[in-house]
Design a protein around this ligand. Structure first.
Ligand code: 13P
Length: 250
């Protein structure tokens, strides 16, 4: 049986008080043995508090991005080593907001993915098309291009310890979720692309869906063959909502 991953990307939300309340609530709610792993991705300033509260628990945590350099004159940036210092085991790379607002190219994303792997972090590679690209019928071309940049740099071996998150840009923060059929079709496309290179890695790869996931739509999405969990934004900021998504797994 697959183990679903329910991951919360807090983006630039929160406060010290909110982090304490949210993580205490999640810890109280993780007594239930279920078929889901959980992970949270807080803003950098809250990683220390996250490490303090989650160490020894079953919840994973990680950074929302990283700089590929080990150190240096990169004002405002954070390296893989710094994330490891705060107990991170994962890091998001290529989130659509990084690609669009901060102009990260496919190659920049691939470089970050490689740096994460080299440091021993699990990269969560985010891919997905805009509304215009979907309407033009280029969803698969766009997703393939985003994956190929990483495959060209790290090879299929790079995905042995990685996670992929399919996040259609038009579904992020809009309340407009991709239907289970739409999401499954792209997830199957992603897995098939890897099958041609290594069917074991492809079979074990976790492919998460992200974009307006909530407690109501999660069960239908997670029931699909190639949807191995969710990367949740807004609904991960409230304990009850996030736990409702986790509970949708069983
Ligand atoms: P929402 O769940 O708020 O749509 O955000 C999805 C997302 O971007 C997670 O990384």
């Amino acid at each position: 049986m697959r183990k679903i991953l329910v991951a919360g990307n807090w983006k630039m939300h929160g406060s010290r008080a909110m982090v304490q309340e949210l993580l205490s609530g999640l810890l109280d709610g993780t007594n239930k043995a279920g078929n889901a792993d959980m992970a949270v991705f807080p803003p950098f300033p809250y990683l220390a508090e996250t490490q303090r509260l989650l160490t020894g628990s079953s919840i994973f945590w990680g950074g929302q991005t990283l700089n590929p350099a080990a150190q240096g004159a990169h004002t405002g940036e954070v390296s893989a080593g710094m994330l490891l210092d705060f107990g991170c085991s994962m890091v998001l790379v290529g989130h659509s907001e990084r690609r669009t607002i901060y102009a990260e190219s496919d190659e920049d994303v691939a470089e970050r993915f490689e740096a994460a792997l080299a440091a021993g972090l699990v990269p969560v590679l985010c891919v997905g098309e805009t509304l215009e690209e979907r309407e033009n019928g280029t969803t698969e071309t766009v997703v393939a291009r985003q994956l190929d940049a990483v495959l060209n740099r790290c090879g299929i071996e790079g995905f042995r310890r990685a996670i992929v998150a399919y996040e259609p840009v038009w579904a992020i923060g809009t309340g407009k979720t991709a239907s289970p059929d739409q999401a499954q079709a792209v997830h199957a496309f992603i897995r098939d692309k890897f099958v041609s290179q290594d069917d074991i890695i492809a079979g074990q790869l976790r492919i998460l869906y992200g974009g307006s996931v909530n407690g109501t739509n999660a069960a239908d999405l997670f029931a699909r063959e190639d949807i191995d969990g969710g990367l949740v934004g807004g609904a991960s900021l409230k304990v009850a909502d996030f736990l409702a998504i986790r509970d949708a797994v069983d």
